[in-house]
Structures are given as structure tokens and as C-alpha cells.
Write a protein that binds this ligand. Structure first.
Ligand SMILES: [Zn+2]
Length: 364
């Protein structure tokens, strides 16, 4: 029988070794043939244990144990054109509520004790879709990658992760405004209360913003239909600085062409609020500055080369490992059948596609 050689990276080999160690096949070659047969028959995803993480008891960070009922901590009406920074500590709730309805609200979230950890809309979108709602989390950016807040309540069910904050330049370049209310500047002004700069404003999570992706793959703003009293409640899992602002856009459908105030309250959560958060895991790869090779925040703006720099990229150079597989006529025919769906040119590349496609589908 002809022998086909598959070139795997050592990292891919680790997945194969784990499957063999788990008894899925006798050896790497047998696993490749299993992948070929199962993929040809239509992959049947089957439950596999996720890689082990440690339980993350975020509740341990709550200073005051939750009481039976919520306690109001702060209350403010955000006027059109404004925003405000709120300290929302672990076990506290940020509630943003419509007063007149139809108002989009942009939100930034920082770790209160380390502003370089902040909400990552991209990861949030990947995990929860373009319109996250109750039951979803707001995540921080790599290398931190942990849940910062939990979406406890969402009566309108329209929140957006597609659109970046509107900006002064957007209104000038599109409509000729020399000056116009905009989320980037409103956020910057609100964050200034805590010493942050306009460069520290990050991509916003857009509350009460109805959007979708069109068939052509473009983001689209829909007319929103929120009513007075509609609200979103976010429960902080770590101590945060949460900064909501009234979106300054009165020339798009974002807020149905009006600028309206919104009501913001913070509460100490009740035991029932805290109990509803699903269990979370902690991983070593959720890194903190203690893990950084360069933990200091730069104080000067100009960049200068470090003459002592020596690259230290992880797991490099990337090494390849050969796996040899004997393909009998039956398996060669299966590979030919699958090849129509593959772009791989040679048998080794096609078999690697089959192996990894199968592995991810059945072990993810
Ligand atoms: Zn805006």
C-alpha cells in the first residue's frame, strides 16, 4: 500500500498524542484513518471534556456580602451630549435605563485597579455574537481575557458590537460639521475625571443600538424601538470603572434622529443577582503584568529601540513532525471523495486538512 507522509507541527502532534493517549486510536496513523472515515461519513460532534481550568470564584472579590435585596448606591441622569464614569465594584450593578426611549448609549469598561485591562468588544462579539444580550459576558482584551461584567438584564434586547464609537472626524468628513457631539469626545471628557486620555477610549459596547450584518456582509443600523423604562443591567465581576455616554449621533438612525437623556443607577447586588451568574473558569494564560516581560507603562510618547532586545517568541522555531500513513484502496477512495471539498494539492496536505478538520469538529 502506498505510504503518505503528513507534516504536522509539534503543536498539532500534541493534539494527536492526546487523542491516542485517550484511547481514540492505537497510534497516529490509525487516528488519521479514523478521521478520514468519520469525516467521509459526516462528522458527528461528540462531547469531549474541555481542557481543565480552575474554578474562578469571582465572588471572593466582593467586599460587602450581598444582601437579600439590592441597595441603591448612585443615581445620575446623563444629559444629551454627556457621559459619566461610575465605579462599579465586584458584586455591584450598573443599570442604564431609557427615560424617553430610542436612545443609544455607548459603554467603556476598565479594570478599576489597572486601566490597561479593558473591555474587548472583539472577543465579546466572537463568543456571544454581534448582538449580545442577557446571559452573556463582557470580556477583557488579551492577554488578560477574563469576564469583566455579566449581562444580567436586557429588556430591549438590542445591543451592538459591530460599530465603533462615532467621532468628531466622522461628522466632519461625512457631513462637514466643524464641531458635533460624538461618543469618542464624550467618552474622553467623562474618562478625564479619572486621569485617562483621549487615546485611552476603547471600542464601545453599544447599548440599545439595533444592528445586523446584511447579506452583502456589511454592518447595518436599524431603527430602534426602545421604550421608556427599557433597561440593561450589568453585574461587575471585578472592580471596574464603567463609563456610559449618550451617543451624540443625531444624523443617523442610531437613536432615531433624537438625542435624549438616560437614567443610570448603580446598586449593590442581591444574593439572587449574584447567584444567577454561570460558573467561570480561570486559566494560566489569562496573564497579568506579573507575567509580562515588559510590565512598565511607558511615560514618554516617542518610541526608541531597546539595544538589548533579544527576541523571545514562544515555541519557535516551529518544528514539523512527519506522520506516515498507509492508505488502502478504501481509504484512498474516501480521501478522493473528500478532496472535492478541499483545496489541498497533495495527499499529505489533504490528509492533514482531514485530520485537523475532524479533530476540531469532534473535540472543540
Ligand atoms: Zn455615538
Amino acid at each position: 500500500m502506498p505510504i503518505t507522509t503528513i507534516a504536522l507541527t509539534e503543536q498539532q502532534q500534541e493534539l494527536v498524542d492526546a487523542s491516542v493517549a485517550a484511547g481514540e486510536a492505537d497510534d497516529a496513523a490509525a487516528l488519521v484513518l479514523l478521521a478520514l472515515r468519520e469525516l467521509a461519513a459526516g462528522v458527528r460532534p461528540r462531547p469531549h471534556p474541555r481542557p481543565a481550568g480552575r474554578p474562578w470564584a469571582w465572588q471572593d472579590a466582593i467586599v460587602d456580602a450581598p444582601a437579600y435585596e439590592r441597595t441603591l448606591l448612585a443615581e445620575a441622569v446623563l444629559a444629551p451630549g454627556t457621559g459619566k464614569a461610575f465605579e462599579v465594584r465586584a458584586g455591584q450593578i450598573l443599570r442604564v435605563e431609557q427615560i424617553d426611549g430610542d436612545q443609544c448609549v455607548d459603554l467603556n469598561v476598565f479594570n478599576l485597579h489597572d486601566y490597561r485591562e479593558f473591555m474587548h468588544v472583539g472577543r465579546t462579539r466572537t463568543l456571544h455574537g454581534v448582538n449580545p444580550t442577557a446571559g452573556d459576558f463582557l470580556w477583557s482584551a488579551p492577554p488578560r481575557e477574563r469576564a469583566l461584567m455579566y449581562l444580567l438584564t436586557d429588556t430591549a434586547g438590542i445591543n451592538d458590537t459591530l460599530f465603533p464609537r462615532c467621532s468628531a472626524n466622522m461628522y466632519e468628513s461625512m457631513h462637514g460639521f466643524a464641531d458635533h457631539t460624538n461618543c469618542a469626545d464624550i467618552q474622553a471628557e467623562a474618562q478625564r475625571e479619572y486621569g485617562l486620555t483621549p487615546d485611552d477610549v476603547h471600542d464601545s459596547f453599544n447599548l440599545f443600538m439595533a444592528t445586523r450584518v446584511t447579506d452583502a456582509g456589511m454592518p447595518e443600523i436599524l431603527r430602534q424601538q426602545t421604550s421608556p423604562g427599557d433597561h440593561v443591567e450589568l453585574l461587575a465581576l471585578v472592580d471596574t470603572l464603567a463609563v456610559p455616554n449618550v451617543c451624540g449621533n443625531d444624523v443617523m438612525g442610531t437613536s432615531n434622529f433624537s438625542l435624549d437623556p438616560v437614567l443610570v443607577r448603580t446598586y449593590a447586588a442581591s444574593t439572587a443577582d449574584v447567584a444567577v451568574v454561570p460558573p467561570l473558569l480561570a486559566y494560566d494564560t489569562q496573564r497579568t503584568p506579573a507575567d509580562f516581560r515588559q510590565p512598565a507603562i511607558r511615560a514618554e510618547r516617542a518610541l526608541r529601540r531597546d539595544p538589548d532586545y533579544v527576541p523571545a517568541f514562544a515555541r519557535t522555531p516551529v518544528r514539523l513532525v512527519d506522520v506516515k500513513v498507509e492508505l488502502d484502496d478504501e481509504h484512498a477512495a474516501l480521501l478522493d471523495g473528500l478532496r472535492h471539498a478541499e483545496t489541498a494539492k497533495d495527499d499529505g496536505t489533504a490528509l492533514r486538512d482531514v485530520l485537523l478538520t475532524w479533530w476540531v469538529a469532534t473535540h472543540g
